[in-house]
Design a protein around this ligand. Structure first.
Ligand code: HDC
Length: 617
């Protein structure tokens, strides 16, 4: 294999480089074109004494092989001096390998404060001091690589090494935080738990094993992680005797207790098997504090059942099966929603109305109206109030995506009104990759007249495979496939969404952090907060309303869409429309990505609008 991972022009600082792993790292980097600062105090493996000899010998060896190296004899606690040596000799520093370490093994019962402190001082404070001195240089040059050296003793614990284990695991946390902070400046930090024969392992391993544990079986991983083309960041590896493997955390699915009741140790005891079960298919591998928070956040909705609720049949059985008929029989509280012209204007602005669209943004305009898709707004809070955790398996709000929307308008929306919305379960499907749940909401006015019906279908990624049915029932327009005719669209409208579109749309009642908070969006697996499905729905609805409805708010009988792909705020949406009888079939494309984001969609027209088939241009 060609040795094309070169380090020409790079300057590497290796601490504790007089022997063992540090020497192996230094020789290797020296042989691949890097200039090396070989740091070693020259002390014994327990930290006593100091001499320049060990570092000098390694420098001589690198130079003899044609490489560039200088020695440094400072303590790692004088990290700035070590970095200064690099700057004086080579004018830069690119890679820091915190390798220096000592042992003071003794059982915890006999450990002295001095033995505890000495270990922390060299391993933790030393790594801190050297890295801290290099950090501003890394940030300025937008490049840096840090390798910290932990140990299996830190990860798993080891008899007689309480001081060393604690210090070594500290380096894992240190590395992971530096990885997060350094990422934007192209500073990558990783941590290795090597096992190699060295002065330190001599005290704990038998001689025949030591023979097979060569430091040069560890160094290639260090070199790979430090190369400019390697993107790995914040990771922990175990390496030795030719084996290289990556470690991660694993957490059980656990158990969520109601948050509004006192938690007793007896309840913990009762659920202990579930809390500690890694094999029930619910275990996860959280990789960040945000991911770690996921389960805690999803438990925020875990409110204890009222007496009436407690009398409800259990929708989800112990083994995670969903009884859909029992879910359909549940009743949920109604929500009232009062609105004025102000709410209508805010909604219209949220779906991209311009200040010149007076019929949408000016309450004194004779033609002032809500775009008919406003019909989703009064029902949203009622839908959102459904205790999803009670009716859906493995419910995780950050994995929820709005999948489809159906809105049927029964009576036109008054300009001001107080409406009441009542949710119910329509269906729960098992699509393998995800769970698809449809919540219906009926909205009535103060006289009890039906105003509209909504069906919100959500797609919860990763919550499928619970043994439920795959296909739902035919619900007419609500489930129509709305396949497009095989001809060019009759009418096409494009509209660039605003960068702040989601921030504006959320003021109409969908406060889901997925659309505003980058950290929450990241939990859902998105690079940036995405646009609300109902915002794209409103934008497309507005295009059809403007084209086919002559500003008659009573012209939509119903509208149905499937959210086929996510939309990022700022993208340009192109709505293509095909008139077929009373229907306007349509699809929406995000032009920049050439992605269909709304599919299987149609508006069924009624009244005057259903008679004239020509779009208003
Ligand atoms: C109660 C409702 C609450 C709503 C509250 C709303 C809160 C809001 O704040 C949340 C939002 O607005 S999220 C933003 C809007 N939504 C989106 O961006 C989703 C975009 N869609 C996707 O990414 C994919 O379609 C995706 C990921 C959803 C599916 O894609 P894939 O995994 O590739 O699925 P695929 O292999 O194509 O199909 C698998 C089966 O699932 C069905 N299906 C696909 N897309 C669906 C969708 N959008 N809605 C419903 N069902 C869908 C397929 O038909 C398929 O089923 P089958 O195997 O039976 O054919």
């Amino acid at each position: 294999m060609a040795d094309n991972l070169r380090f020409d022009g790079r300057v590497v600082v290796v601490t504790g480089a007089g022997g063992g792993l540090g020497k192996s790292h230094s020789l290797f980097f020296g042989s691949r074109g890097a200039s090396v600062v070989v740091n070693d105090l020259g002390g014994s493996h327990t930290g006593e004494g100091a001499s320049s000899r060990a570092a000098d010998l390694v420098v001589d060896e690198i130079r003899a092989a044609g490489g560039k190296a200088v020695a440094n004899y400072d303590s790692v606690l004088d990290g700035d001096k070590i970095i200064e040596t690099a700057m004086k000799a080579f004018g830069r520093v690119d890679i820091v390998i915190n390798n220096a370490g000592i042992l003071k093994d003794v059982s915890f019962a006999r450990m002295t404060d001095q033995q505890w402190d000495a270990i922390f001082s060299v391993h933790v404070d030393g790594a801190y001091k050297v890295t801290k001195a290099a950090w501003p240089i890394f940030r300025k040059q937008k490049f840096g690589r840090v390798i910290n050296t932990t140990s299996a003793a830190g990860i798993y614990g080891n008899f007689g090494q309480a001081n060393y284990s604690a210090a070594k695991l500290a380096l894992v946390g240190f590395t992971r935080t530096l990885a997060l902070e350094g990422k934007k400046d192209n500073i990558h930090c990783n941590v290795i738990a090597p096992i190699a024969a060295s002065r330190m392992t001599e005290t704990v391993l038998p001689p025949d094993m030591l023979a097979s544990l060569k430091p040069d079986m560890v160094t290639p991983l260090v070199a790979y992680l430090c190369h400019e083309e390697t993107t790995e960041n914040g990771s922990l590896f175990e390496v030795g005797a030719g084996y290289v493997g990556k470690l991660r955390w694993e957490r059980t699915g656990g158990h969520g207790f109601p948050i509004d009741q006192k938690l007793l140790p007896e309840q913990i005891a009762e659920k202990w098997d579930k809390i500690t079960d890694f094999e029930d298919g619910r275990a996860t591998h959280p990789d960040s504090t945000t991911e770690s928070m996921e389960s805690i956040i999803s438990n925020f909705e875990n409110i204890s059942k009222s007496d009436t609720e407690a009398a409800r049949p259990n929708v989800i059985s112990e083994d995670g099966k969903v009884n859909v008929e029992a879910a359909k029989a549940l009743t949920f509280p109604s929500e009232s929603f009062s609105y004025t012209e102000r709410d209508v204007i805010l909604y219209n602005l949220g779906i991209g109305a311009k200040r010149t669209d007076l019929h949408l943004v000016y309450e004194n305009s004779e033609a002032f109206t809500a775009v008919p898709t406003f019909g989703v707004i009064p029902s949203f809070a009622a839908m959102n109030g459904v205790p999803f955790g009670e009716i859906l398996p493995s419910f995780n709000p950050m994995m929820l995506l709005h999948g489809e929307q159906y809105l049927e308008i029964i009576r036109p929306f008054p300009a001001n009104a107080k409406l009441t919305s009542t949710p119910y379960v329509v269906d729960i499907l098992d699509k393998g990759k995800g769970c698809v749940a449809t919540i219906g909401v009926k909205t009535t006015d103060e006289e009890g007249n039906d105003i509209c019906v909504n069906e919100f279908t959500m797609f919860i990624r990763g919550a499928g495979n619970f043994g439920g049915k795959k296909e739902g029932i035919d619900r007419g327009a609500a489930t129509a496939a709305n396949n497009l005719p095989n001809r060019k669209p009759d009418h096409v409208v494009t509209e660039k969404t605003g960068e702040d579109q989601a921030a504006l749309y959320r003021l109409s009642g969908d406060w889901n952090p997925l659309h505003i908070d980058p950290e929450m969006a990241a939990v859902g697996g998105f690079e940036i907060p995405i646009l609300h499905g109902l915002c794209s729905f409103g934008i497309a609805g507005k295009h059809i309303f403007n084209a086919y409805c002559n500003n008659d708010p009573n012209s939509f009988k119903n509208i149905k869409v499937r959210f086929a792909k996510t939309v990022n705020p700022g993208e340009t949406l192109e709505t293509s429309m095909w008139r077929e009888g009373d229907k306007v079939l349509f699809q929406v494309r995000a032009i920049e990505r050439d992605a269909i984001v709304i599919s299987n969609a149609a508006v069924e027209l009624q009244g005057e609008a259903s008679k004239s088939s020509k779009p208003k241009l």
